[in-house]
Design a protein. Structure first.
Length: 123
């Protein structure tokens, strides 16, 4: 059988099986493999810090890399803090701040608070 004929035969067999068993045949979308960066776990520790780092503007420290997440503190403009994980950035929700648009976030620490801050306003 040719590949196209094989997929048609498989679909017909699934439909026949569903009809015989009283079930419902539902086509399942095929998901593309996720990229490594999309599946990588977000950090929860503050290892290998870059410090002292001072934000260009005051930034909220958030629980997740999205502007809609809960703010757990503020890192004031010009005050020293640390960017965790060797300064690696992580993809999160898109935002516009400090004159730039980005979806990159830092996991950071300021005044014993650890969380997510906008990359465009820090460094």
């Amino acid at each position: 059988m040719k590949p196209k004929s094989l997929s048609i035969a498989a679909a017909a067999a699934a439909l026949a099986c569903a009809t015989l068993t009283g079930g419902t045949a539902v086509a399942q979308p095929t998901a593309a493999p996720a990229s490594a960066s999309a599946t990588a776990a977000l950090p929860t520790d503050c290892s290998h810090v870059l410090s002292p780092i001072k934000p260009k503007e005051s930034v909220n420290i958030r629980t997740k890399p999205t502007a809609a997440s809960t703010a757990i503190g503020v890192w004031p403009k010009g005050k020293s803090g640390a960017v965790c994980n060797d300064g690696n950035t992580y993809k999160g929700a898109k935002y516009t701040a400090c004159g730039k648009t980005s979806d990159q976030w830092y996991y950071a620490s300021y005044n014993s608070r650890k969380g997510w801050v906008l990359k465009t306003c820090v460094y």
